[in-house]
Design a protein around this ligand. Structure first.
Ligand SMILES: N[C@@H](CCC(=O)N[C@@H](CS)C(=O)NCC(=O)O)C(=O)O
Length: 212
């Protein structure tokens, strides 16, 4: 398999899942500073010009939730945290999809209103207003996660799932969005617990390390 990723983006979630899964894969960096995501070569892989994209023997998969579900269903290392066992009910899987859909369609989009406001507005004052509201929205979304959605010790209780990976990645963005992650006791302790997973620390200190 081949994963197209850009450091620090949501593609980190797909990258972590692949590392944990034991699947053999190649990672290919897409450089946003050179607008490689908008280049003809990458657009042929994902016409939306977004990472992550995963090339499999069966074809290309885009959208992080689809990639996470595919990778967790195809883990080679059946003992890894991510492995989907026969014990997991369709209800549990629906809970994972519901949580990740919320992260992807609402929280990630809320975050993008700060950094990618050109998708929704043209005027500078509209963009500034949107960025301000993005901070408020991210604060409210994480209050909801902390108070209502997070079961603990993992997102859905005792069973690790790909919800834990996606939550970890989005928690990393909070500081940059103007929200202090340490105020969310459960979410922040989950964040530090995720950093203790060797595959996670390997990536955040390596290919996905923050610059400067
Ligand atoms: N819904 C997509 C969103 C992917 C996405 O927005 N990726 C961002 C990075 S976090 C991207 O590639 N942005 C490039 C751009 O906007 O030009 C998913 O969940 O995979």
């Amino acid at each position: 398999m081949k994963l197209y990723y850009t450091p620090g983006t949501v593609s980190l979630a797909a990258h972590i899942a692949l590392e944990m899964s034991g699947i053999s894969y190649q990672a290919v960096a897409i450089d946003f500073s050179k607008a490689e995501q908008k280049g003809a070569q990458f657009l042929a892989i994902n016409p939306l010009g977004r990472v992550p994209a995963l090339i499999t023997d069966e074809g290309v998969i885009t959208e992080v939730i689809a990639i996470l579900n595919y990778v967790s269903a195809n883990t080679v290392d059946r003992t890894c945290l991510l492995a989907v066992s026969d014990q997991q009910s369709s209800f549990f899987k629906a809970q994972v999809d519901a949580f990740n859909s919320f992260l992807s369609s609402t929280v990630h989009v809320g975050h993008a209103h700060m950094w990618r406001s050109e998708r929704w507005a043209t005027r500078a004052d509209s963009k500034a207003d949107m960025a301000k509201k993005a901070t408020q929205n991210m604060q409210e979304y994480f209050e909801l996660i902390e108070q209502k959605l997070f079961a603990g010790p993992w997102v859905h209780g005792e069973q690790f799932s790909n919800s834990d990976i996606l939550l970890f990645v989005i928690t990393r963005w909070l500081q940059g969005d103007g929200v202090d992650p340490t105020q969310f006791e459960k979410v922040y302790s989950h964040y530090t617990k995720m950093l203790e997973i060797p595959e996670v620390s390997h990536l955040v200190n390596g290919l996905h390390a923050k610059k400067g």
